[in-house]
Every structure is written in structure tokens, then in C-alpha cells.
Design a protein around this ligand. Sequence first.
Ligand code: ADP
Ligand code: MG
Length: 319
Amino acid sequence: MSEFDLIRQHFTRATHHTNLSVGDDAALISVADGMELAVSVDLLVAGTHFFADADPYKLGWKSLAVNVSDMAAMGANPKWATLAIALPHNDSKWLSQFSSGFFACAAQFNVDLIGGDTTRGPLTISVQIMGEVPIGQAIKRSGAKAGDEVWVSGRLGDAALALAQMQGKLTLSEEAFASCAKALHTPQPRVALGLALRGLANSAIDISDGLLADLGHILESSKVGANLQLNNIPHSAHVGFSAGLRDKNLFNMILAGGDDYELCFTAPAEKHAEIIMLGKKLNLDLSAIGHITRGTGLVVHGFDNEILDFKETGFDHFS
Ligand code: ADP
Ligand code: MG
């Protein structure tokens, strides 16, 4: 099968809001009046970002989902993606599963795949995404203000729990592992939330490297600090957390575990009730976990209101 047959078979599907798609030297798109383009790209390398023998369907889903999540974090509506892929060999079963996963995610979030590049080489996947946001309304990392409440969507730590089990570091029940593995392999980007947060949130980021690291980016960009309460941070129902939270490994998963792709955002305290209503409307837990403070420190209070010492509790990201 030639490269062109491969692209036709696996990466060419009907589009919904594209002027010219796969097949020419460039794709053509129109941005609606009053909108600006939000653009982001990710590079995933086998062995570094995923296991080379990873399930191809889930890999296809996740390669697009992590980019869709970046759109959500900006309050942008994801619309177009390009896919550059290096493959060690032309494995049509692998390709058909990978593209099924990719297009399942594309269909759920109404993203058109409009082009890309395909070449032979060590398995590497790069997806670029483009979305629309009304000019000036993107939710940036730099907008947090002292007095804002800090919020997170969903719950944190499930993806890290699944990864820990895969690395032989702990054993979950079969049911708990299945649910955590779903969070790790097929994350659900919070697009509806991101769109609803336009005009409501002062800043936002998606949690890909762990809450403390990603909230840290907001604090740095906004030149502010934060004060968090550990017992307000929503966490997995799958482990005995009242006891487990005192275990430094579990601490680590909630505060420093990556790959959850939930949103962390800040909003003025007077928006509290409106945000709770929004969570109900979206059927998504939204939890206020602390406040933005003047200055630049990030302080986390533990269960007994003690201030956590990151070094002693083993936060890898901060050691
Ligand atoms: P060029 O030589 O201009 O780079 P290619 O021969 O690489 O073009 O690609 C032919 C067409 O197929 C182009 O429109 C390109 O965008 C598209 N394409 C190539 N690889 C992919 C892919 N993996 N997914 C989607 N579209 C692709
Ligand atoms: Mg090319």
C-alpha cells in the first residue's frame, strides 16, 4: 500500500466546517467574524510519553484528547486538527485501530482532521489543534487575582493510580483499576466547562502535569500565590482515602499526579454560587479547593490544618 493509499484509507474522513481538507498541499479554513484562532501542538514519543505497545485505539483517542483539553483550558471551541505521524512499519491493523480512536474523539468534540504528514520512523505522534474563541475572551494563565477562589473539575489522582499499578507500585481492586485506567487512557477533555467559563473564570489551565505543577504555572504567570485545603481536593473513591490521604504516595497522586486532564481555574469569590450551578448543569463536580493570595507562595494545608512540607511528603515535582 502506498503512502497515499494509507492516508486515504485511515486518515481521510468527511469534514463539517472545512473549506478544503486532506489531499492538497494545504488545507483551507475560515475563521468566523469576531473570533480568533487558538492554536496548540503536542508531540508524543513512544517510550517517553506512552508505551510502544499501548492499545492503538486508546492512543488515537488520547493523542487528540490531550490537544482538545488545551482548547478547553483556553475557553476555545476546538474545530480543526492536523496529525503528523512517524511509523516503524505499515501495520494496517494498528493504523485502523489508531484512527478509529482518533476519529471517535474527533466526532465527540466535532473536530475535523484536515491534514498532516506520514513518514516511516520510530513511532511518534504529533497533533496540532486549532479552535475558535471570541476575540479577547480566551481564558489565560495570567488572569488570576488575589481573592479568587481556586477550583478543579472532576477528581484528581485516578490516572496516577492506574499508572502506579501498571508500574507495580500498588494493587487496586479489579473494578477500581478499570475505572482509573479509563481516566489514564481515554481522558474526557472538559470542553463544555471551558466554554462556560468564558467571562466567569479569571484564569484556567488543564491538569496534565499534576495540580501543584499546573496551578504553579497560573501563579507564576499571574504573579500571585495560593492557599489550598487538602481535604477540599476531590479525589478517587477507589481507595480508602480517609486513611490513605495520610500516606505520602497517595498525597503525591492527588497533588502531583499528572494526566488527569481536569481543569483548574480561578474565579472571583462572588461567582461561587454561579459556578456550583454550572457544575450541576454540566453534571460535573466542581470543587473550590482554596484561594489566590497576594505574594507568590503556594501553601497547602493538610487535614489537621498543618502546613504540608512538600519535601518531606515526597512531592517528586518539587524535590
Ligand atoms: P506534501 O507532500 O504536500 O507534504 P503529503 O503527500 O505528505 O503532502 O500528504 C498528502 C495529503 O495528505 C496532504 O493534504 C496532507 O495534509 C495529508 N496527510 C498526510 N498525512 C496525513 C495524516 N496522517 N493525517 C491526515 N492527513 C494527512
Ligand atoms: Mg508530507
